[in-house]
Write a protein that binds this ligand. Structure first.
Ligand code: ADP
Ligand code: MG
Length: 600
């Protein structure tokens, strides 16, 4: 007897399982399937993404429904259209040997009448996104008043995306006498609220370690003058060359305006808001999914459906009116077991809002400084060097090498490196050289708090050393794991390493000056997996810089209005491209002269 047979599934389902090539049940399947088959019970199942939750509820559901009846008996709510389709496909495969089982997907962005027609033909199982489901209930196109099973899949994600009210609404249209199965990767407070309110003494199973949810997101705030929001945003982007982010504005107008400015300045940006047609929004979302857009500027409402997993940064260009909204925003990052950073650009007068949010999310913010121009230059310099290192050689250049060698004759290696780097770097340097510091000093009590948390503002600039280390996201680090690595390797205390900013193939961090000797000594001839790990004291000791997001490789993108020369998507948008120097700095130069109008 295989392990699947021991769970109590009927033969036709076991045959389907064998066709799928599943050899043995995953842990969540092994725990959930017998419980769901044997009893009519509510269930809360916590298991990470990719652990096989669909089959854990899918097989019992199919076994339990009556395929002879055409009444809708099972409702599965899931956060996104992609997931709906995925679940529907899976369930169709599971039920391939069952006669008359119909599974129908209901989701936004597709014809509601087509979906209604499919339901009308008889669907025992409906898989739906909350928004479209509510819509269809409202129009009387679907009847869920007789369901026996309601499954909330990826419950934490649904709530993160702001579907709480929709879910409550939908559940109020279902009978009291039913079983509710809730599946979630994490158990944040909002999920427990749903469980308490809508479930009756649910059985609980947990696979792996329980994850409270919010801990993978680091929250940071940056105090700036009211007129400096936009230049601050640019600097945050320039400090994170591999950023893949959603930027939240309060109004459609600001959303459009910020996106337009970013595009004008050479960034791969796009706008998402309600004044765009569905078609326009689909186009923007497709580009974002493909990472052709690195900075998606969005309103809260429009961002609700964003279902992209590896967003590195959420940037609050303006804080929302409702604190609740902040949690939805920051929940766009740090998904699927990855870490993420939520940044807030605030003015001094808004600082009390940060406190209110801290109370609500039960997590402290880290106060950070908008990086100075020279810090950005340093980061861009390393980024560029790594980009050159990682560039795949195009064999086509061989044909031209003799001629090129002639041109470059007499230039030695060192000089050549300097020249190559300068080709791109000079533009950044010219833009940021002598720009003013954008950071407005924090109010006193905030400084106090930062001190106790991450140690961020705990040490005055003179006692604070910033380091460069040649490992980053590519080596599997994020800000949490690099911090751990440094603390363990150098044997430092819990709060001794701070301001950890992980870039694609390198990182920065700070310590107190008293730790410098130990660090530099540890990392002399230090190898990991046969590779030298090298630490150097950074030229910019301040290190206020942006967050340590997880980087993305090989995405050409523009920094301070440059970099995008090799980027076809920006062709035509950029003026004066033919003159490499003048051209690429044109937007930077323009920014400089237009500086005063940068603000909102
Ligand atoms: P989750 O919902 O927990 O994120 P899924 O249900 O989407 O995970 O399953 C993740 C992948 O694992 C799917 O491709 C699925 O087909 C596969 N899978 C599920 N159960 C098994 C199993 N018992 N053996 C092998 N593969 C499985
Ligand atoms: Mg799933």
């Amino acid at each position: 007897m295989t392990k699947f047979e021991a769970l109590g599934l009927k033969q036709s389902l076991l045959n389907a399982i064998s066709d799928l090539g599943f050899e043995s049940p995953s842990e969540v399947q092994e725990k959930a399937i017998p419980i769901l088959l044997e009893s009519e019970t509510d269930l809360v199942a916590l298991a990470q993404t990719g652990t096989g939750k669909t089959a854990a509820f899918g097989f019992p559901l199919i076994q339990k429904i009556d395929s002879e009846s055409r009444t809708t008996q099972g409702l599965i709510l899931s956060p996104t259209r992609e997931l709906c389709l995925q679940i529907t496909n899976e369930l169709t495969l599971y039920s391939k040997y069952e006669k008359g089982v119909n599974v129908v997907a209901i989701y936004g962005g597709a014809s509601i009448t087509d979906q209604a027609r499919q339901i009308k033909r008889g669907a025992q199982i409906v898989v739906a996104t909350p928004g479209r489901m509510k819509d269809m209930i409202g129009r009387g196109l679907v009847d869920i008043s007789k369901i026996d099973y309601c499954i909330l899949d990826e419950a934490d994600e649904m709530l993160n995306m702001g579907f709480m009210e929709d879910i409550k609404d939908i559940l109020s249209n279902t009978p009291k006498e039913k079983s509710t199965w809730l599946f979630s990767a994490t158990m944040p407070r909002e999920v427990s609220v749903i469980a308490k309110k809508f479930m009756h003494s649910p059985q609980e199973i947990t696979v792996g370690t329980k994850n409270s949810g919010a801990t993978t997101v680091q929250h940071e705030y940056y105090v700036v003058g009211g007129r400096d929001r936009y230049p601050a945003l640019k600097r945050l982007a320039d400090t994170n060359p591999d950023i893949f982010s959603v930027i939240f504005c309060r109004t459609k107008r600001d959303t459009q305006k910020v996106a337009e400015k970013l595009i004008e300045d050479g960034y791969n940006a796009g706008a998402l808001h309600g004044d765009l047609s569905q078609n326009q929004r689909d186009l923007v979302m497709n580009s974002f999914r493909k990472k052709q857009i690195q900075m998606l500027v969005a309103t809260d409402v429009a961002a609700r459906g964003i279902d992209v997993d590896d967003i590195t940064h959420v940037i609050n260009y303006q804080l929302p009116d409702e604190i609740e909204t902040y949690t939805h925003r920051s929940g766009r990052t740090g998904r699927a077991g990855k870490s993420g950073i939520s940044m807030v650009i605030v003015t001094k007068s808004e600082l009390r809002k940060i406190k209110a949010i801290e109370n609500k999310i039960q997590q402290a913010f880290i106060s950070k400084k908008i990086p100075t121009g020279m810090e950005i230059c340093e980061i861009q310099l390393y980024h560029l060097a790594n980009k050159i290192k990682d560039t795949k050689i195009n064999e086509e250049v061989d044909n031209y090498l003799p001629a090129i060698n002639d041109v470059l004759q007499g230039i030695d290696r060192e000089e050549l490196i300097k020249k190559i780097i300068s080709v791109e770097f000079t533009r950044f340097f010219n833009y940021y050289n002598k720009t003013k510091d954008l950071s407005t000093s924090d109010s006193g009590d905030r400084g106090e708090r930062g001190r106790s948390r991450d140690g961020d503002s705990r040490i005055p600039a003179d006692g604070n050393v910033r380091y460069f280390i040649n490992v980053g996201e590519k080596d599997g680090y994020d800000w949490m794991t690099l911090k751990d690595f440094l603390r363990d390797t150098v044997n430092l205390g819990k709060d001794d390493v701070f301001k950890v900013d992980v870039k694609d193939s390198f990182s920065f961090f700070n310590t107190d000056a008293s730790a410098t000797e130990a660090i530099l000594k540890t990392f002399t001839e230090f190898k990991v997996d046969g590779r030298f790990v090298n630490v150097e004291v950074s030229k910019n000791p301040g290190g206020g810089g942006g967050g340590g997001g997880r980087g993305r490789r090989d995405r050409s993108r523009s920094g301070g209005g440059s970099y995008s020369r090799d980027n076809d998507r920006n062709k035509g948008r950029r003026r004066d491209r033919s003159d490499s120097k003048g051209g690429s700095s044109s937007s930077s130069g323009k920014r400089r002269t237009k500086r005063k109008s940068d603000s909102y």
